[in-house]
Write a protein that binds this ligand. Structure first.
Ligand code: NG1
Ligand code: ZN
Length: 551
């Protein structure tokens, strides 16, 4: 290795970004995430880590996104994006955690030296990064800290400004594939919107015009991106934007957005005088990587179409197009879900194609989906995408259709590979995907919703003394610890018709989550309440979080 760390420059800069002594950071499933005001030292250090990751990968461009997604406005966070636009490799999550917790500048330098040795980083390689942030007020100062990290180590850094998480992922892949046979598109926002817009136009050519779609932008960065997208789409898809107050303090994700809709199973109050019965609507989250659809029926009742409904709609459509194209033998479609998927969705999908259940967390879903020719994955909360393997994309390129119907279906499949952001869940791309299928099937929300009927379900949290004492197996569907608890849960579940319940420690909050579903609402609520009670009693629950009756 021909060069060494610029220790002096890093020392001077690091002293300007001291680590608070009383905070312990963790790079979890969503990167670092906590109050924005606690993250200055983390951002500086992540700047250096991203540069080292790039050097380790021979100067490939690494992405850095500053966001806290659907969390409230005072929170912020940061996560790294690997060269193909996917999440940071798991082994580096531990490096991120170690660096962020070094208590002093000297300890930080020492941790860096160790990382360079153990990860065999050739410091003579170039470091290239691209970074962006969402609209949070704490964003600009955190980006300054990040830039100080880039400067200290001498990285070539490109500022992608204020944009969505999935657009940043798109940039990373586009930059790293530029000029190769796997070119992913122009590495600009214009390139992204043009790619999506053109694909949609091809997919819905000749279909009847559709009524306007209302988008709840969560008062976040999705408002900016959706506005640009609407301009690119023109009459192809008329769009009405709501909750676009990106500069109003406290508005972000507040009583609106995908997480609000999914968690409360309610219409955002801000839309109550805006949304007309029968009109299609959807909510993005604060960084526009989650999507939840909904509509009001004729009586004004609210109906939600979550990530499971999206997976059902999309997977069935892709299977149908593959069949019409005559590619059934060559192209196998599969679906990946987590235990939080509604049991009715799993049943609906299993009757049509292979379905795999994996532990919570996008990286698990993404990796499992990569094993199919076409892998559809969605979390119930609305985060997901569709992956077409390289072999499948080559099959689609080389296939010779023998009828006009085959030819049209083949074109549709090729256009889907362009429309779908295959790097990560992307609310805007997923929205165009849903709109494509609705247009092809001539479905309104009502018809889509009736593909299957959701089982009533309830998700609750219990604060316990040590959530790490909860260990699971079978893709988090069964507890192995605390010992004996699972058989008690089984005993309860057996008493409920259509009953299912599981318990797991959260990866993002200091709580244990309890999920339950059953054939009728009151039974699902009661089962959740009883299982939460078991957890509370077994694990020394905090009296403040003693499960309350939901009935
Ligand atoms: P945890 O806190 O581990 O349940 C939550 C979501 C995940 C995922 C991550 C990352 C639920 C029940 N859990 O994980 O699906 O989105 O946050 O943001 O929705
Ligand atoms: Zn998000």
């Amino acid at each position: 290795m021909s060069s060494s760390l610029p220790v002096d420059a890093i020392k001077v800069a690091s002293d300007k970004h001291p680590k608070p002594s009383d905070v312990r950071y963790q790079y979890g499933t969503a990167g670092f995430r906590t109050l924005g005001k606690l993250l200055d030292s983390v951002l500086f250090r992540v700047g250096i880590l991203a540069a080292l990751r790039s050097k380790r990968l021979d100067g490939k461009t690494i992405g850095v996104m500053v966001t806290a997604s659907h969390n409230p406005e005072p929170d912020n966070g940061v996560k790294l994006v690997d060269p193909r636009g996917e999440m940071l490799e798991a082994s580096w999550e531990a490096h991120a955690t170690t660096l962020s917790n070094a208590s002093t500048t000297d300890a930080f330098i020492e941790a860096l030296e160790t990382l360079v040795q153990t990860a065999k980083i050739d410091l003579s390689k170039p470091a290239r990064v691209v970074y962006a942030r969402d609209t949070r007020p704490s964003g600009p100062s955190l980006v300054n800290a990040l830039e100080d990290g880039f400067k200290a180590i001498g990285a070539e850094a490109r500022d992608a400004g204020v944009t969505t998480t999935p657009i940043l992922h798109y940039f990373v892949r586009a930059i790293n594939t530029k000029g190769t046979p796997y070119s992913y598109g122009e590495d600009s926002e214009e390139g992204y919107f043009t790619k999506l817009g053109q694909a949609l136009k091809k997919l819905v050519a000749g279909r009847p015009p559709v009524s306007p779609l209302l988008i709840d932008c969560a008062n976040g960065v999705g408002a900016i991106a959706a506005k640009t997208l609407a301009a690119h789409l023109g009459d192809t898809l008329p769009i009405v934007l709501e909750n676009t107050a990106i500069t109003t303090e406290g508005a972000l994700n507040n009583a609106c957005g995908a997480d609000f809709v999914k968690t409360s199973q309610k219409l955002p109050p801000s839309l109550s005088n805006v949304l007309k019965p029968g009109q299609r609507a959807c909510s993005l989250d604060g960084d526009a990587d989650r999507l939840i659809y909904f509509y009001l029926d004729e009586r004004g009742s609210f109906h939600m179409l979550d990530g499971d409904k999206i997976a059902g709609l999309v997977a069935a459509f892709i299977v149908e197009q593959v069949k019409i194209a005559g590619l059934e033998e060559q192209v196998k479609v599969g679906v990946v879900q987590t235990a939080y998927a509604n049991g009715a969705s799993t049943k609906y999908l299993q009757e049509r194609l292979p379905v795999k259940c994996v532990p919570t967390g996008v990286k698990h879903l993404h990796h499992a989906a990569e094993r199919y020719d076409v892998g559809v994955y969605f979390e119930a909360n609305g985060h997901g995408t569709v992956l077409f393997s390289d072999d499948t994309q080559a099959t689609l390129r080389d296939y010779q259709p023998s009828t006009p119907a085959q030819s049209r279906a083949l074109e549709n499949l090729v256009s889907l590979t362009e429309l779908i952001n295959q790097t990560v869940g992307d609310a805007l791309s997923d929205m165009l995907l849903v709109e494509t299928v609705l247009s092809h099937k001539s479905y309104t929300g009502v018809e889509w919703d009736s593909l299957y009927v959701d089982l009533p379900n309830r998700l609750v949290k219990v604060v316990v003394s040590d959530r790490n004492s909860f260990k699971t197996e079978d893709a988090e569907r069964r507890l192995v610890s605390p010992p004996g608890l699972q058989s008690k849960i089984d005993g309860l579940v057996n008493r409920y018709q259509g009953g299912r319940s599981f318990v797991r420690p959260s990866g993002t909050e200091d709580v244990v989550r309890v999920y339950a579903e059953a054939n009728i609402r009151t039974q699902a609520d009661e089962l959740a309440f009883r299982v939460a009670g078991l957890v509370y009693d077994e694990a020394g629950g905090d009296p403040a979080s003693r499960p309350k009756e939901f009935l």
